[in-house]
Design a protein around this ligand. Structure first.
Ligand code: GDP
Length: 469
């Protein structure tokens, strides 16, 4: 990890755009810029205020123009890094960007390493570690839900929440430590019942954050949704409908979707990872059996299960109760866990009478939707059912959702230490040992925001950033 005060330069935008931004930060950023930039106006950069934009040209050592650019100037401490900074918006050619960076280096800057701008922002105290990680998530966000979570984290929502808990714990440990000074008198500054109340409340708070990680994962990776059902029930056709394009292979021969197909779909601002599984039926075919085994493993990992039933296998004169019984039998075989959401989809409703479908629906419990994947009838309801599930998941979690495995691990460790403190208190643990346990909780919470950190941890986090971040 580099803790230097030299001036760094890098391109902050991906290649291929109409405009690129070259970013420079450090003590000499403005004087270096002055050597390579010829303003159109009369103002010298060295005299310009922060937050000002300047039109002009970047020139090489011989005064030959490299590009017409707009240069934005930031003065310390009011910049992303807290240092004097320059952003040069130039034309988005890799050649031009390369020339500008080269010129900056010739004038005294150094090529930035991965995440070095954000590292400097962290070291300058502009943002804490959780916020820095929020910046990375923000850049990686692909839909409304991940964007909202990352924005909250980047703006310090999560950090503020943690700081509140940390302050409370610091207060408790200070009270306990005060008791040590008066050990002879055997006074209790921290009333044990109140202490227990506060600690239990903090533990519930931490538990909520820990629990939010599975949602955080679901938001980041997409809510795992498995489409299951008998071969030929119309699973691939349904997936295609949802995708609005023919990507999964649709076939008349039963059992052709041997392998699982996974697609990512954004519905109502939330990403779903929809897995079209191999049809479930008993078979002697080894390959097909392998597909079915994979179906069950996708099924176990799914948050949402769409069970597709083929209505055309029943005839209108059949008793709807028999059909319902067969469906219920399949549902039992799925062995879903309590937290999984099942939607039963009666497909191919275009092949049977509305009366039969209505009778069948009447016999089934839970969420049942009637569709024709072929004609598109009822697809809207599938989409809105999925949107509702996502809505409910995010509403339950609140604004702070843990999305990083690093934070999750720290929270688990914090809860573990807190559990020990609570246990110790119940067993009459002396104040100094109790305070020690509480300090452990504080330590783990501190690792999230970076109050407590090592160069190694910082290196690990920031090396995942790209250059220019
Ligand atoms: P999968 O094996 O469950 O993935 O089934 P497919 O999606 O490959 O569909 C099997 C057959 O059923 C294909 O010929 C589809 O065109 C047909 N199919 C799917 N959905 C419907 C539907 O709603 N109505 C009708 N009539 N046929 C459908």
């Amino acid at each position: 990890m580099i803790h230097s005060s030299d001036t760094i330069v890098a391109c902050a935008t991906p290649t291929g755009g109409a405009i690129a931004v070259v970013r420079m930060s450090g003590h000499d950023a403005i004087s270096i810029a002055e050597r390579m930039f010829r303003p159109r106006g009369h103002h010298a950069l060295s005299e310009a205020d922060g937050y000002t934009a300047h039109y002009g040209e970047v020139i090489d050592s011989e005064g030959v123009v490299i590009d017409d650019v707009v240069l934005t100037l930031f003065r310390a401490p009011r910049s992303y890094t807290g240092e004097d900074s320059i952003e040069i918006s130039c034309h988005g050619s890799a050649y031009i960007v390369g020339q500008i960076i080269r010129r900056a280096i010739d004038c005294g800057a150094r090529a930035a390493t991965a995440g070095e701008f954000t590292t400097r922002a962290f070291l300058a105290g502009k943002i804490d570690l959780a916020q820095a990680e929020g910046v990375a998530d923000m850049i990686a966000s692909t839909d409304r839900a991940t964007h909202r979570v990352a924005l909250n984290q980047m703006r310090g929502g999560f950090s503020t929440e943690l700081r509140g808990l940390r302050d409370e714990l610091l207060r408790l440990s200070a009270l306990l430590e005060l008791e040590l000074d008066f050990a002879e008198e055997e006074v209790e500054f921290a009333d044990r019942t109140t202490l227990q109340h506060i600690m239990t409340a903090i533990d519930s708070h931490l538990a909520r954050l820990v629990d939010s990680f599975s949602l955080g994962n679901a938001l980041k990776e997409g809510i795992a949704t498995a489409i299951v059902g008998a071969p030929n029930a119309g699973k691939s056709t349904l997936l295609n409908r949802l995708l609005n394009e023919e990507r999964a292979m649709v076939s008349e021969i039963a059992g052709t979707t041997r392998d699982s197909i996974e697609e990512s779909i954004v519905i109502a601002g939330r990403r779903f990872r929809v897995i079209d599984t191999a049809g479930i039926r008993s078979t002697d075919d080894r390959l097909e059996q392998m597909g079915i085994d994979r179906t069950f493993s996708s099924l176990r990992r799914a948050t949402v299960v769409l069970l597709v039933c083929d209505c055309s296998t029943w005839h209108d004169h059949e008793d709807a109760r028999d059909a319902a019984e067969a469906i219920n039998h399949t549902i039992t075989d799925l062995q879903l866990a309590e937290e999984q959401t099942l939607i039963t989809i009666l497909n191919k409703c275009d092949c049977v009478s509305a009366k039969f479908v209505a009778a069948l629906r009447g016999e089934l419990s839970g969420e049942v939707l009637t569709i024709s994947a072929r004609t598109g009838e009822g697809i809207d309801e599938v989409v809105s059912a999925l949107a509702q599930i996502a809505e409910k998941m995010t509403a339950e979690a609140g604004d702070t959702v843990v999305t990083s495995a690093r934070h999750y691990e720290a929270l688990i460790n914090a809860r573990w230490a807190l559990g020990r403190a609570l246990e110790g208190m119940a067993g009459g643990l002396p104040s100094d040992l109790l305070s020690e346990e509480i300090r452990q909780v504080i330590y783990y919470l501190g690792t999230i925001t970076g109050e407590i950190t090592t160069d190694e941890i910082l290196g690990q986090i920031f090396s995942k950033f790209c250059i220019g971040k």
